[in-house]
Ligand binder design. Structure first.
Ligand code: HEM
Length: 405
């Protein structure tokens, strides 16, 4: 009887406090409030100009899986096209809350739960399918940076899928179905899983916090910005050969481990100086105490004792578009925790994903951060990949059809 009553209480508490759901408004602050029962029922359209899973705010998807695949030997363009057709059909069904053709009845009672599946092609995909001549010029390899500690086995890949959902079971189901659909055509090269915050975890909707405890996502371009699409999505180049990338984007994926032990050795004030923002509110250090997260940062502000309010090596100063000829990207990652390493430190950090119209934006900013950013001392980049993510499929099409047909 005690179990029953505590379950009842939890249910009521969930209804009251979990009343937040997705929408495209606002990376920095709030989504629309809707009853918690709508969380499972929310479906993200599969078809559209852009693939889903790029612009929805990260707090709208509590769990993410990233999986890279390599094409199996003997898989050429025809088989790759058939795979993209199968993947698209399965993703379309599951994102709308229907059973896919090869269902395994794992998530029978769940709604679509905002499931998204986003597909990308790595550089090697083009050579393996005889399409080298159609490799987008922007799909350059990301160079190795001096502080990198990259594991090649957990990097790159011919194909990539990003899955996001509000429910872990729905997300696993989608990953499992798509991996089964690849049988004979492609094998998993690496797979990583991460999470964001659960709806209702905070008293009002907020930008997510990462595992260093910082509010993360404030400076992102906003869908309401006039130049948002130009920064994130590939424009129509006028070349029919590249038309399959119209409305597409480039995803840079970096697994970045946080050195949480070293980080904890800093005082809260020191931690705030590393980033350039206050931990509690996310407000920039150039703003008065009590300022909000959204207060614009002032890179030219000095403190009363004559030092820069946002230090010269603060992460936000070095990473800001103002310091990088306007280079901007949409950061939309997931936290991860994969247990403990042999030295006892947590294998935890950020599955850092940026979306941009040209990966050059990431390369430019990371080149600068690697040498000048105080945060570099507290993180390790351990894997790297870049993928061309085609524009969204029109009704009746599969993702990548305009490249592969
Ligand atoms: C801003 C954390 C890696 C680019 C921020 C902020 C935090 C943060 C807390 C301030 C809030 C915000 O605007 O989101 C981290 C952590 C990282 C990391 C913990 C690694 C584990 C990177 C990398 C890049 C990057 C690798 C790009 C190459 C940016 C940019 C901003 C930013 C562009 C916004 C700057 C602005 O205000 O204009 N990051 N970051 N970050 N970060 Fe990072």
């Amino acid at each position: 009887r005690r179990m029953l009553s505590s379950a009842g209480t939890a249910g009521v508490a969930g209804l009251v406090s979990g009343a937040v759901a997705g929408g495209t408004a606002g990376y920095a602050v709030a989504d629309r409030a809707v009853p918690v029962t709508a969380v499972g029922a929310t479906a993200v359209p599969f078809h559209g100009t852009h693939q889903a899973g790029i612009t929805a705010p990260p707090q709208a998807q509590a769990i993410g899986h990233l999986a890279a695949f390599d094409l199996a030997r003997g898989t050429g363009r025809t088989e790759a096209a058939a795979l993209m057709r199968r993947w698209s059909a399965a993703a379309k069904a599951m994102t709308q809350g229907h059973a896919p053709a090869c269902d395994d009845q794992i998530a029978l009672d769940a709604g679509p739960c905002s499931l998204t599946a986003t597909f990308g092609f790595g550089r090697t995909f083009f050579t393996r399918t005889g399409l080298t001549h159609r490799t987008p010029a922007a799909l350059v390899p990301v160079p190795r940076f001096p502080s990198d500690a990259i594991d090649p086995k957990r990097s790159d890949g011919d194909l990539w899928i990003q899955i996001g959902a509000d429910d872990p079971l729905v997300a696993f189901h989608a990953l499992h179905v798509l991996q089964k659909e690849a049988a004979g055509a492609a094998e998993v090269r690496w797979q990583m899983s991460g999470f964001n915050r659960a709806r209702g975890a905070t008293s009002h909707p907020k930008t997510v916090r990462n595992l260093m405890g910082q509010i993360d996502g404030t400076g992102n371009p906003k869908p309401t910005d006039e130049d948002f699409a130009a920064k994130i999505f590939v424009p129509d180049s006028g070349h029919t050969d590249q038309a399959w990338m119209n409305g597409g984007s480039y995803a840079v994926v970096r697994r970045i481990r946080m050195l949480l032990g070293h980080w904890a050795d800093l005082t809260r004030t020191e931690q705030e100086e590393v980033i350039g923002r206050r931990k509690g509110t996310g407000a920039p250090l150039s703003a008065l105490k009590g300022a909000a997260e959204t207060t614009p940062m002032d890179l030219n502000k000095f403190t009363r004792n004559g030092s820069l309010a946002i230090p010269a090596d603060a992460h936000i100063r070095v990473a800001a578009p103002e310091s990088n000829d306007g280079a901007a990207m949409l950061r939309r990652g997931f936290s991860y925790h994969d247990g403990y390493r042999t030295d006892g430190t947590p294998d935890a950090g950020l599955l850092f994903i940026t979306w941009q119209a040209d990966p050059e934006a990431f390369i430019k900013v990371q080149t600068k951060l690697d040498g000048a950013d105080h945060l570099t001392r507290f993180i390790r980049h351990e894997s790297t990949a870049v993928f061309a993510v085609p524009g969204g499929a029109a009704p009746g099409e599969y993702v990548g059809q305009r490249l592969l047909e």
